[in-house]
Ligand binder design. Structure first.
Ligand code: B12
Length: 244
């Protein structure tokens, strides 16, 4: 059985591998958390000190206990990075420490990506990314992994993408869903115009899903989309509803 199949089986059955290192999983001797909330202070400590191994152990262990990527993102990575951002704003954290924490998050997400099942033939396709001027990379990767965990063939196109190239991607790939993660808007009026144009240029069969730190009530009222989600759990519920 391929690795992703073994991992899915262990997660579903909630079985502890006796020798996790054989599967390339971290050694779990020091792990004590059963729920994301319990792990928050520990993960904050590991990520803010740039401890990749420690962060990986906490996140992969929870994943193996059946915690979803959506919950790891919404309940752990987002609060930890928000806290690090607040400490940076208060002058208590150096810029390099924030960048290092993002690096740790991305490396662990790559590890989790390896453990997710490969999409089945005929799986629904999704692509997405962040808009031009938006360098943020963690949220769009989390969206990809959330969809992949739900059986989609999802690929983040990355960050800082001009609308014309995203439209080209939509035409080339013809996905069922296109997501935008919006964390940085340079000019709100221009953005609203460009997003509405993008939505009307997309084939009607493509659901446009938006989310991110910059999506507020004003933006929601002025823009057109198929769904707007506050977090990854909402996304999971939305795609489950369009799946059925
Ligand atoms: C890391 C970081 C950066 C990094 C990002 C690097 C990278 N490769 O990703 C970089 C270096 C780009 C950066 C730059 C800046 N940053 Co910054 N940054 C952050 C930080 C600490 C974490 C962001 C993050 O990744 N969070 C984790 C993700 C997963 O959380 P999220 O985006 O909220 O996503 C969740 C939901 O929104 C939702 N979601 C998001 N997208 C989508 C999409 C879909 C489809 C769905 C369904 C859901 C969804 O699901 C996610 C999971 O729950 C935040 C702190 C914070 N509060 O967010 C500051 C923060 C956003 N940054 C801030 C600032 C000030 C800046 C700079 C202006 C600093 C400077 N002086 O240069 C620049 C801006 C430059 C620019 N033009 O973009 C401020 C913004 C303040 C404000 N009022 O706008 C913050 C809030 C820090 C702070 N507390 O002051 N930053």
């Amino acid at each position: 059985m391929p690795l992703d199949g073994v991992i899915s089986y262990l997660r579903e059955q909630k079985l502890d591998p006796t020798r996790p290192e054989v599967l390339g999983l971290p050694n779990r001797s020091q792990v004590i958390y059963s729920h994301p909330a319990e792990a928050l202070p520990g993960l904050m400590n590991k990520m803010s000190s740039g401890d990749f191994e420690g962060s990986r152990t906490i996140l992969v262990d929870l994943f193996m206990k059946g915690v979803t990527i959506a919950d790891l993102g919404d309940q752990l990575l987002t609060p930890v990075l928000t806290q690090i951002g607040e400490q940076w704003a208060d002058g208590d954290t150096e810029i390099y420490e924030e960048r290092r924490a993002v690096g740790v998050a991305m490396r662990v997400l790559h590890e989790l990506s390896r453990l997710l099942p490969r999409p089945q033939e005929g799986a629904r396709v999704a692509v997405g990314g962040t808009i031009e001027g938006d360098q943020y990379s963690v949220a769009t990767f989390l969206v990809e992994l959330t969809l992949r965990e739900l059986g989609w063939s999802a690929n983040s196109l990355g960050s800082n993408l001009p609308f014309p190239t995203m439209l080209q991607a939509a035409q080339d790939v013809n996905p069922r869903l296109f997501w935008l993660s919006i964390s940085q808007i340079e000019d709100i009026d221009r953005f609203v115009g460009a997003l509405n144009q993008f939505q009307s240029d997309l084939a009607p069969s493509i659901a446009l899903v938006i989310g991110g730190r910059c999506v507020n009530d004003d933006l929601r009222k002025r823009t057109r989309f198929s769904a707007c989600c506050d977090d990854l759990q909402q996304l999971a519920r939305y795609v489950t509803s369009i799946d059925s």
